[in-house]
Design a binder for this molecule. Structure first.
Ligand SMILES: [Mg+2]
Length: 276
């Protein structure tokens, strides 16, 4: 070992001592690898799950969650959207997955514990992070501190996209249909998008994709317009209005439609305590 090599070796030893063990470097490398992934932001209610807060014989729920909120215990009747587990598993390979919901933190926490057993979701933002304007819930993606040209945001409420419309992808609302395939159909499109250098505007990419692959959601029409009344402190602030007059994705909704015989079905829903 010549003099120069000896000095270099001493310098490397000193630097290693100062910067700590090699494991911490590996950890930071892994974290930076995660940050290299694109970001998939997902709404919760009527996008990944549907929940109600009263027992409903027409609602085909999977489980009942106990949710404590401001000293009160709520029974939350929950149904996952079909293919949710597979969707999260496959998407976590390509994207960092973050939930952005208008539901309360207490509710979101419980729902995620149930739907994300495999821990594919890295973080969530809840009602306190939403902006409410004239009863509409807006979600500002800049608070996530992720590059917006690397971010896709999927929500069933078009108002949620108002602040960054180029990132938004509107998905039909899920209620409790076993036949719903929206998440399954999204998988190949989102894999396709994962290879793009930038994903904005998402809707333009979707249009181009659909010209060769067909429409993703052509036979699914339900739109729920979520409206939030009053102050945030109230649990009964929110009511969802079913906008579509020919619902195809809800047993109970179909029943309501037959009863009303109206052009537009409007009914305050029991899931409105937390969801959005
Ligand atoms: Mg929603």
């Amino acid at each position: 070992m010549n003099c120069l090599q000896y000095i270099k070796k001493c310098y490397q030893n000193l630097r290693q001592k100062r910067e700590g063990p090699e494991e911490s470097y590996r950890l930071s490398t892994q974290e930076s690898e995660v940050r290299k992934k694109k970001t998939l932001v997902l709404d919760l209610d009527e996008t990944l799950v549907h929940c109600e807060f009263k027992e409903n014989q027409n609602f085909n729920y999977e489980t009942i969650l106990d949710v404590w909120h401001r000293g009160m215990l709520y029974n939350v009747y929950l149904c996952r959207r079909p293919y949710l587990r597979e969707f999260l598993k496959q998407m976590s390979v390509y994207y960092e997955i973050i939930i952005f919901t208008a539901g309360y933190e207490s509710y979101c926490d419980k729902v995620l514990q149930f739907i994300d057993l495999d821990k594919h979701i890295s973080d969530y933002y809840a009602r306190s992070n939403c902006i409410f304007v004239n009863g509409n819930c807006l979600k500002d993606l800049t608070i996530l501190d992720r590059p917006l040209d690397q971010l896709i945001f999927i929500d069933n409420n078009p108002n949620a996209f108002d602040l960054q419309p180029d990132n938004g992808l509107l998905i039909p609302s899920f209620l409790d249909s076993d036949e719903d395939e929206c998440l399954l159909r999204l998988i190949p499109f989102l894999k396709f998008m994962a290879n793009k250098s930038a994903v904005k505007p998402v809707n333009q990419f979707l249009k181009d994709y659909e010209t060769t692959h067909g429409s993703l959601f052509s036979d699914t029409h339900i739109t729920l317009q979520c409206h939030i009344d009053g102050e945030e402190a109230s649990l009964n602030e929110e009511s969802c209005i079913i906008m579509d007059d020919t619902p195809k994705h809800r047993k109970t909704q179909t029943l309501m439609h037959h009863q009303s015989k109206g052009k537009q079905v409007q009914e305050a829903r029991s899931q409105s305590l937390f969801s959005g």
